[in-house]
Design a protein around this ligand. Sequence first.
Ligand code: ADP
Ligand code: 5GP
Length: 201
Amino acid sequence: MAAGMVEPAVPGRLSVITGPSGVGKGTLIAALRQRHPNLWLSVSATTRAPRAGEREGEHYFFLPRERFEQLVEQDGLLEWAEFAGNLYGTPRQPVEQQLAAGRSVLLEIELEGARQVRRSFPAGFQVLIKPPSFAELERRIRGRGTESVEAIERRLTRARLELQAEAEFDAVLLNGDLDEALLQLETLLGLPVEPVTSPSA
Ligand code: ADP
Ligand code: 5GP
C-alpha cells in the first residue's frame, strides 16, 4: 500500500455457538476463553433470574421484562428470542463496535437467535454443539442441578427441536470427550490450536 494511504478497516469475524441446554456450551467457552484471552464473547441480556455465582454484566445483563421489551423497541438488540419462558438477546452496539475494530466476536445463543443472525450476518460462522446421545444430555442438565424439574423438562423439549436443525449449521461438533471437543472448536473458529495441558472439566 502506498505511503499515506489509510489501510481499510478489516471487520472481525462473527461466530455463533448454539446447542441444547446442558450440552456443554458454557464449559467449552470458559475453557476457550482461558486459552484465548483476546476472544471477545458477547454478554447477553436476559429476563431469567441469576443462578448462584452468576454476576451482572459478566454472565448476563439481568433485566426486568419491561426493560428488555424497551430494548427490543429501540432496536438495541441484534437478535432476541424467548427460550423456556425467558427472553434472551444480544446487545447490538458492543458487537458492532468489536467487529468494526477488527476483533473476532463470539455469540452463544439459541436456535431462533442463530437464525436471525444468519439473516443479518450471512457470512458469520455457525457451529451446533451436540451431545453423544439424548440420554447423556439429560444426565448433564440434571447433573448441573441449576434448574427446577419443570424448567429442565422445557429445556429438554426444546433440545429435540434444536438437534433437528443440524443442516442449518456450517459445522456440527460432538461434545463427547471435552478436551477433544475443545481442540476441534478451536480449529473451527480459526484459533491457534495448543495442546490441552491441564484438566479443563
Ligand atoms: P450449557 O452451557 O450448554 O447449558 P454447561 O456447560 O453448563 O452446558 O454443561 C452442562 C453440564 O455438563 C455441566 O455440569 C458440565 O460440567 C457438564 N459437561 C460439559 N461438557 C461435558 C463433557 N464433554 N463431558 C461430560 N460432562 C460435560
Ligand atoms: P441459560 O438460561 O442456560 O443461560 O441459556 C438458555 C439458552 O439461551 C441457551 O441456549 C443460550 O445459548 C441461549 N442464549 C443466551 N443468550 C442468548 C441471546 O443473547 N440470544 C439468544 N437468542 N439466545 C441466548
